[in-house]
Structure formats: C-alpha cells, structure tokens
Design a protein around this ligand. Structure first.
Ligand SMILES: *[C@@H]1O[C@H](CO)[C@@H](O)[C@H](O)[C@H]1NC(C)=O
Ligand SMILES: *[C@@H]1O[C@H](CO)[C@@H](O)[C@H](O)[C@H]1NC(C)=O
Ligand SMILES: *[C@@H]1O[C@H](CO)[C@@H](O)[C@H](O)[C@H]1NC(C)=O
Ligand SMILES: *[C@@H]1O[C@H](CO)[C@@H](O)[C@H](O)[C@H]1NC(C)=O
Ligand SMILES: *[C@@H]1O[C@H](CO)[C@@H](O)[C@H](O)[C@H]1NC(C)=O
Ligand SMILES: *[C@@H]1O[C@H](CO)[C@@H](O)[C@H](O)[C@H]1NC(C)=O
Length: 303
C-alpha cells in the first residue's frame, strides 16, 4: 500500500515536459490548396465513430478537404471482442483506403484501446503505407488498474485478482484481458496473453522479425498521454512506460521492448521518429474532444 501511494504521487508529475515545437512558420508556408493525406481513425473501448464529431470538426477547420474515415466497426460492446479479431476486421476496412492513397500514404489516429489495434495492424500489414501513427492515450504496454470499466465488466474482481480470470482461455476472449498486464503475475501474463505478449515478444513470437520490418515502414510515431487521464494505468503506458514488479514506473527506454528493440521502437527512436507528449489536465474521455490538445499536439503531424 505504501509503495502504491508513493508511486501514485510520483506519477502525477510529467517527466521533463517536452517543449512544444513551434511550427507556425511552417503552417504559413503550406499552400492552402495542397492536399492533406487521408486520416484513418480507430476508436477505443465502448465507444464508436459517433464520439469523434469534435475531432472531425477540428480537422475540417484546420486542414479543410482532408479525407477522414472514422472506421465504424466493433462499436460499443463489440469493442470487447478479442483484439486479433478486431485487427482482422479493421485491416479489411482500411486496406482499400491505403490503396487509394498510393505512395503518399495515410495517417493513423488511434484512441485508447484502438492504439493497440493499430499496433497490431502496423506489425502485421507487410504493405501498409502509414506515414504518421498518433497513439492517443493508448495503453501501449498494457493496463493494471481499477477503473469504472473493470467494475462494470467484472464486478467480482479487482486489479489484484483479475489475473485469475484474464489469464485463462475464457478470459482471453475479452479484449481488455488481451492487454491486461499484471506486474505481480508476469509469468502468467507471458503464458496466457494472446495479444500483447506476442506483439511485444514478451513471449517468443515466430513472426517477430517480419512484424518489426512491417512496423518500421512507419515514418513517425506520436505518443500522447498524461497524468490526469484517470483510466490508463499506469498513465505512462501511453508512453511505453510501465510498472516493474514493485509497481515502480520504468520509462520507455528502460523497457525490454525498447532495449531489445523487439518490434522497432528503439530503431524509430534512434531515427528521431518518436515524439512523446505529456499533457496534464485531460481526462481519458476528453482526449479527442479538446481543441487545445488537437492544436498543440496533433494538427502539425496531420499534413
Ligand atoms: C467543414 O467546414 C465547412 C466550412 O465551415 C462546412 O461547410 C462543412 O460542412 C464542414 N464539413 C464537415 C465534414 O464538417
Ligand atoms: C475518401 O476516401 C475514401 C476511401 O479511400 C474514398 O472512397 C472516398 O471517395 C474519399 N472521399 C473523397 C471526398 O475524396
Ligand atoms: C505456462 O503454460 C504451461 C503450459 O500450458 C504450463 O505448464 C505452465 O505451468 C504455465 N506457467 C505459468 C506460470 O502459468
Ligand atoms: C506468421 O507467420 C506465418 C508463417 O510465415 C504466416 O502463415 C502467418 O500468417 C503469420 N501471421 C501473422 C499474424 O503475421
Ligand atoms: C522489489 O522490491 C524487493 C523488496 O524490496 C527487492 O528485493 C527487489 O529487488 C525489487 N525489484 C526490483 C525490480 O527493483
Ligand atoms: C484541454 O487540454 C488542455 C491541455 O492541452 C488542458 O489543460 C485542459 O484542462 C483541457 N480541457 C479539458 C476540458 O479537458
């Protein structure tokens, strides 16, 4: 308990807030009639394309003419379907959009659980043409926390014992168990996780080399998250940080996936292609509906 308190007070602070790079000059130079790359938006748990009305309006206002598709699949309760099944469904839906875009490519903007689906897509599509992947408050290294979602779905469980359900065949039929990452039962996670463990090569994955090659077709990765999120736990998971066995946060560069470069994260970072934004003051459900967040952390990448 004491350990938890300490780590939660520590986690309220953003690490070295990165200075927002000023790109206003660039914006003036852009020909207003130039076309922007199409954007594909993938929603999160228990939401649907309807939740992105504000975001669509922001994009329309700042980059008029952008072709934005909010993929209307696995809405609401269906968002609990296993993540590989969702990856398959979204892949079929977005493939034609990628093909239409040709060599210019597309941008992928993925919210919450959707950010894990997008990583599944990026790692398993050998011919994707994603230019920029914006991961908007996504639990990229998993989730370990008591939330309203958890209380609603599995009222008989709390974070400390959910491993008993999640790390079973039955548990893995729920999307949230696919990325449940209990730091006190790491062996069981490695054994049982059908999605996050192979995606990260936490468990040996025969396709890992292929998947890394696919992921590295990406030109830029933008990670957005912050300490007041309230759902993603630890919130640093949105920046590829996570708890160690004592619930101390290890940041991205201390993670095995980074150090062993299991799917290309370190390579991207070495190329200067990873941008991380720590944004305080934003609740989990607000990330896509806050115009300041859009203006300061997304707009400049969506060209
Ligand atoms: C985009 O903005 C224009 C001008 O305000 C408006 O006429 C149009 O309906 C908007 N389109 C969408 C898709 O919101
Ligand atoms: C937007 O993109 C989709 C998928 O590529 C395409 O079918 C549609 O015609 C495009 N819409 C416009 C207005 O260009
Ligand atoms: C992992 O799975 C194997 C085979 O199903 C089993 O024998 C082993 O006990 C499991 N280990 C853990 C830590 O769950
Ligand atoms: C993994 O590799 C096998 C053998 O090359 C291939 O058949 C399979 O489709 C691959 N799976 C994924 C998800 O990439
Ligand atoms: C976790 O805490 C225990 C007890 O204080 C310590 O022995 C262990 O080395 C710690 N583990 C890590 C990864 O720091
Ligand atoms: C919007 O985002 C900013 C950070 O860019 C934050 O300070 C503010 O609290 C947010 N507002 C709401 C209503 O979430």
């Amino acid at each position: 308990m004491a350990g938890q308190k300490r780590s939660s007070s520590m986690t309220r602070l953003c690490p070295l807030a990165l200075p927002a790079i000023c790109v206003s000059v660039l914006v003036w130079l852009v020909d207003p009639t130039a076309s922007y790359k199409p954007i594909i938006v993938i929603h999160g748990l228990f939401d649907s394309s309807a939740n992105f009305k504000n975001l669509l309006a922001y994009i329309n206002k700042s980059h008029p003419g952008t072709n934005v598709t909010v993929v209307d699949l696995f809405d609401s309760r269906q968002s609990l379907d296993p993540l590989w099944k969702q990856v398959q469904g979204f892949r079929e839906a977005i493939y034609p959009i990628m093909q239409n875009a040709g060599s210019d490519g597309v941008h992928l903007l993925c919210y919450s659980q959707g950010g894990l689906i997008c990583r599944g897509l990026l790692q398993t599509m050998p011919d994707h043409n994603v230019d920029t992947f914006i991961s908007l408050s996504s639990p990229q290294l998993g989730q370990y926390g008591d939330t309203d979602y958890l209380r609603y779905l599995f009222p008989a469980y709390v974070k400390a014992n959910l491993f008993r359900l999640c790390y079973t065949r039955y548990g893995q039929t729920y999307s949230i168990c696919n990325f449940w990452n209990d730091p006190h039962h790491h062996d069981m996670y490695v054994n049982a996780s059908d999605f996050l463990a192979p995606l990260n090569s936490d468990r040996s994955e025969p396709n890992a080399t292929e998947w890394k090659k696919n992921f590295l077709r990406l030109r830029r990765l933008v990670l957005i998250g912050g300490p007041d999120d309230g759902v993603i736990t630890p919130w640093q998971s949105s920046h590829f940080g996570f708890f160690d066995e004592n619930e101390t946060i290890l940041e991205m560069k201390a993670q095995m996936v980074y150090q062993k470069d299991t799917f290309g994260l370190q390579t991207l970072d070495y190329h200067g292609a990873v941008t991380t934004y720590c944004v305080p003051g934003v609740l989990h459900t607000q990330w896509h509906s806050n115009e300041t967040v859009f203006k300061d952390y997304m707009e400049k990448w969506l060209t």
